[in-house]
Write a protein that binds this ligand. Structure first.
Ligand code: SF4
Ligand code: SF4
Length: 438
């Protein structure tokens, strides 16, 4: 079987958060294969712990992908502060064509536009993807999964994630897909709070959740437990209409949001201060100002770090992008991009970001735990990836083993196979497949 079919059957999707099926990336011919080990979201450390513990598999997975894509350069981006990961990968990569590019500790170092610029010195065209400039990027956990699928025939049944914030023992763990967030938090000793909310996959670009019965998927990379009265919670709980109303009355057009915008500093036409003007105009004016949001990647830095008035330029950009989509309109302009001369001097250190967000007290190493999480029941969604949902191939009452396919995507559709993550009996099949351990 070729590598593309192997990865599709093993259920590989981008483990960094987007969930794009990995097999598609094996079909390209490229100059640079880039490993994303930047992990720039505050408080998350699962990629660092994975590289320390599984460096040979990360390197091997990268070599397999490099062979398929005929990549001329194989480079893993890792922050220098994660010296344990740097040393482990360096040792595992000895004698191979895999090299390391050490990154500074800034946000968003792991954004693929940033990473491609930093490592390959190429700028992706506006609205483009890395492949447009001869590059493919993959999270380091994805490379680990590639090695397991090709060398050991093991599909993706478990997920690496950091469980941190207000928990008794912040850890990194490898848990069966379909486990509840409650069980993950219990594995980390339980929360130190009676009432809390969770940030999933990162404070800056992740989602917020209150329901601990929701479940880990193939793209869950972290659970951060925070008090309900934390500044971030209070800010995000405002109604969008209220956010925009405050922006309308208080934005003084200081331009800090634009001057610190990572995409603007890379040379893209993103200007959130101009998007803020859309809050003040009728529909005709709005359409004009909204275009400055089209190339925004929603990194959140303008809202959570740059704006001295605590306004919501990122949310104004999200609103503007929705409007552009509805009107099938968008940014158009020159495709050549040139980085801003001040880019290097305006990087936002993660430590400063955490200080501003009042998160420093939650920063922990989150070591890889040896404790196994063995849930009595899992619920596995049929869609955890970009593309078509998988179709069940099991029925209620079927006995399944961990790693057995339980849903498949039609051969002509974008998508991957989904597998049981525990041994047990199928107890429900609807939008998800429920398995009770036996
Ligand atoms: S930083 Fe804040 S106040 Fe300044 S232009 Fe941007 S949104 Fe307005
Ligand atoms: S969220 Fe703000 S800082 Fe980030 S890319 Fe969009 S406009 Fe720029």
């Amino acid at each position: 079987m070729n590598i593309s079919d192997t990865l599709r059957n093993a259920g590989l999707v981008g483990a960094g958060g987007a969930g794009f099926p990995t097999y598609v990336k094996t079909k390209a011919e490229i100059d640079y294969l880039i490993g994303n080990g930047a992990e720039c979201e505050p408080l998350l450390h699962k990629d660092a712990r994975l590289m320390e513990a599984e460096a040979p598999r990360v390197v091997r997975g990268m070599q397999l992908m490099a062979e398929a894509t005929k990549a001329k350069n194989c480079v893993i981006g890792i922050k220098s502060k994660n010296q344990g990961a740097v040393d482990a990968i360096r040792a595992a990569a000895e004698g191979t064509n895999v090299t390391i590019h050490e990154l500074q500790d800034y946000y968003p170092a792991g954004d693929e536009y940033e990473l491609v610029h930093e490592i390959a010195k190429r700028l992706i065209p506006p609205k483009g993807i890395p492949l447009d400039v001869g590059c493919v990027t993959n999270n380091v956990e994805t490379f680990f999964n590639v090695a397991r699928a090709v060398d050991d025939g093991v599909p993706v049944t478990h997920k690496w994630l950091t469980i941190t914030g207000a928990v008794r023992e912040p850890i990194t763990a490898v848990v069966p897909i379909g486990t509840t967030f409650r069980e993950c938090i219990e594995l980390a000793g339980g929360s130190t709070l009676d009432e809390f909310q969770m940030s999933l996959n990162g404070i800056m670009m992740g989602q917020w959740e209150t329901d601990t019965e929701k479940r880990v998927t193939r793209t869950t990379g972290g659970i951060i437990v925070l008090p309900v009265d934390h500044h971030l919670m209070v800010r995000r709980s405002r109604e969008p209409a209220k956010m925009h109303q405050i922006g309308k009355s208080a934005c003084d057009q200081c331009t800090f949001c634009t001057e610190l915008c990572p995409r603007y500093l890379l040379g893209y036409d993103v200007q959130p201060h101009k998007v803020m003007r859309s809050l003040e105009f009728t529909l005709a004016g709005e359409a004009m100002w909204n275009k400055w949001a089209d190339l925004c990647c929603s990194c959140g830095l303008c809202t959570l770090y740059a704006c001295p008035e605590d306004l919501y330029p990122k949310e104004a950009c999200d609103r503007a992008k929705d409007d552009l989509r509805e009107r099938e309109d968008g940014w158009s302009g020159p495709m050549e991009v040139e980085a801003h001369p001040m880019k290097e001097y305006r990087k936002v250190p993660v430590k400063s970001l955490m200080k501003k967000l009042n998160l420093l007290k939650y920063e922990h190493h989150a070591p890889l735990t040896e404790k196994a999480l063995e849930p009595d029941m899992v619920r596995i969604p049929l869609k955890m990836h970009i593309g078509a949902p998988a179709q069940p191939v099991v029925a209620v009452g079927d006995r399944v083993q961990c790693g057995q396919p339980i849903a498949e995507t039609p051969a002509d559709a974008l998508g991957v196979t989904i597998h049981a993550s525990i041994d047990g009996v199928v107890s429900a099949v609807n939008g998800e497949i429920e398995i009770h351990r036996s």
